[in-house]
Design a protein around this ligand. Structure first.
Ligand SMILES: [Zn+2]
Length: 550
């Protein structure tokens, strides 16, 4: 006897987002996969005795969204024990510190991760003096990941003074007039972490954190992510969650490598740990970090930063950012990815960093064809026509984050020259040149979809792609707007392509996993301003309802 569907969803507008953009009224699901799409009558006719039937009440249904850059394990832990304070202004930060020092002992840490000058109202880091006056007896570090601001207590703790030489790859920023340390530290995260009291988390913690954030993602229709920095315990946690039947988010994993000596062993180790079926968790990527970040003025740029506004605290000439490797070293890393059968990718923000990475890719491609390997570039914030042509020729994917344009576009527009700014996330060009560009958040801490760093609300990101509007409502680079269809494909089909998953997810077609979101509003036809307010009223993953507002 032929099996009847386990569930049927009818009376909706099911946007398959397949090649023909077919729309159906109803869908039947069995064993977690889509088995039929058609009219209400056609699909309801398949109903058996045990089939669950869901009325979509004329809502729009889209394939589950795929965030191609979400630090899901780290995010999970970030608010496992307490809510994270993320300041929106220096005033707010200093007030918080003043209150906090009353409650803690001298010497106890005040650490503010993922705090960026472009996200603070004053558009700068707090000064050494400001931090000293708020916390004279505690180490304070305002950490923008690639650059951070210390107070004097922390500098003493680090044994850094006027005479200290710059660390390898990093920089202690000094006042050009007096030569005194400003407390701003470029690429000194490792040095600071050595003296910091680190939180300890076990596998149970990682699991709990994952479950917390997985449900938040499901609420916004996100059903898959690419985690860009997965460690051994993350994989162990994921294995257990799968075994316990608790997963409602599919995760593609990434091994971050830092040295060519240990990389192969490390990647093989990670690979061997994965025990989940590939559709729930698989190690796909080998990643390196090439440069710093544009939110701290440390991404590696073709032109020196001209920080006359003092946003980044770069008080010296000729600074082009931080770069970790040369093209020869990068080629060695590509070789390791190639040999271990993983897909190469890299954190690469500045235009000069992208140049370097492309040099390495092109050199490697002369020896071994990589055009079918779907290697990629993460971030790739600044790309001109020449760069995009090179990317196209190698068939690379770009994994970009629209929320940087939304959050930081206004201030970057003032800091960067207009030529550079004209190459900032040019969505329209991705479509015109037909590049595999996929969207994501780079979500790192905090659970709230908009107050997190970086905000991971996909509907805000889609709104930005469609309007090029920033959080202040300004249109920046309006010529790079794209259609609603093109935008959402960068969160679905194009995102599945990145990790060779286009045959299992990314569109709603027979044979693919039943991962989809029933939207609160009609994404395709609602007023533009409404796009950012959309959420999922019901999210289904592998045929199971994992979130429901009805
Ligand atoms: Zn990231």
């Amino acid at each position: 006897m032929k099996k009847t569907p386990s569930s049927i969803f009818y009376n909706g507008f099911i946007y398959t987002l397949n090649d023909k953009n077919d729309i159906y009224g109803a869908m039947a699901v069995q064993d977690g996969k889509i088995v039929a799409l058609g009219t209400d009558d056609e699909i309801l006719a398949l109903k058996g005795q045990n089939t669950e039937v869901y009325d979509l009440k004329k809502h729009v249904v889209i394939p589950g969204l795929i965030d191609t850059h979400a630090h899901i394990f780290r995010v999970g832990l970030s608010e496992l024990r307490e809510e994270k304070f993320i300041p929106t202004s220096i005033t707010e930060l200093l007030n918080y510190i003043k209150e906090k020092v009353k409650l803690i002992k001298p010497g106890e840490w005040l650490y503010f991760p993922n705090t960026y000058p472009t996200r603070l109202k004053e558009y700068r880091f707090p000064t050494l003096e400001e931090l000293d006056s708020a916390a004279p007896n505690n180490p304070v570090y305002v950490d923008g990941a690639y650059a951070g601001q210390a107070n004097s207590y922390l500098l003493r703790l680090l044994n850094i003074d006027e005479n200290s030489p710059d660390p390898e790859n990093g920089k202690f920023i000094r006042d050009p007039q007096t030569g005194k340390l400003t407390g701003l530290l470029f690429r000194c995260g490792n040095i600071v972490k050595k003296v910091m009291v680190q939180d300890n988390y076990n596998i149970e913690d990682i699991k709990n954190g994952f479950l917390n954030i997985q449900s938040k993602y499901n609420e916004l229709g996100i059903t898959s992510v690419i985690d860009p920095m997965t460690n051994e315990n993350d994989i162990r946690a994921l294995n257990e969650l799968y075994e316990e039947g608790k997963l409602s988010l599919r995760t593609v994993l990434t091994g971050l490598v830092t040295s060519t000596d240990s990389a192969t062993d490390y990647l093989e180790k990670l690979k061997s740990l994965v025990e989940t079926p590939a559709e729930w968790g698989k190690l796909s990527f080998c990643k390196v970090m090439i440069d710093g970040g544009i939110l701290t003025g440390t991404s590696y740029m073709r032109k020196p930063y001209n920080d006359t506004l003092g946003v980044f605290g770069i008080k010296f000439e000729g600074f082009r950012g931080i770069v970790q490797y040369d093209a020869f070293q990068l080629k060695d890393f590509i070789n390791i990815a190639y040999d271990t059968g993983l897909q190469m990718t890299a954190h690469c923000i500045g235009d000069a960093a992208v140049d370097l990475f492309l040099d390495a890719y092109e050199a490697f491609n002369k020896e071994n064809d990589i055009t079918e390997k779907r290697y990629s570039i993460i971030h790739c914030d600044f790309s001109d026509d020449q760069t995009l042509k090179r990317i196209k020729k190698l068939n690379l994917s770009i994994l970009f984050q629209p929320m940087w344009h939304y959050m930081d576009g206004d201030i970057l527009n003032k800091v960067l020259d207009s030529n550079t700014m004209n190459t900032f996330l040019p969505y329209r060009k991705y479509v015109e040149i037909d590049i595999h560009a996929a969207s994501g958040s780079d979500h790192m801490i905090k659970y709230d979809s908009l107050r997190s760093q970086n905000p991971y609300n996909p509907f805000h990101a889609l709104y930005n792609m469609v309007t090029r509007k920033t959080r202040f409502g300004n249109v920046i680079g309006g010529e790079y707007c794209i259609s609603r269809y093109d935008a959402i494909k960068m969160y679905t089909g194009k995102a599945s392509y990145v990790s060779f998953d286009e045959n299992i997810k990314g569109t709603l077609e027979v044979g693919k996993v039943a991962d989809f979101a029933v939207l609160s509003q009609d994404y395709f036809n609602c007023p533009e301003e409404e796009i950012k307010n959309i959420f999922s009223v019901m999210t289904v993953v592998g045929g199971k309802v994992v979130h429901s507002k009805v």
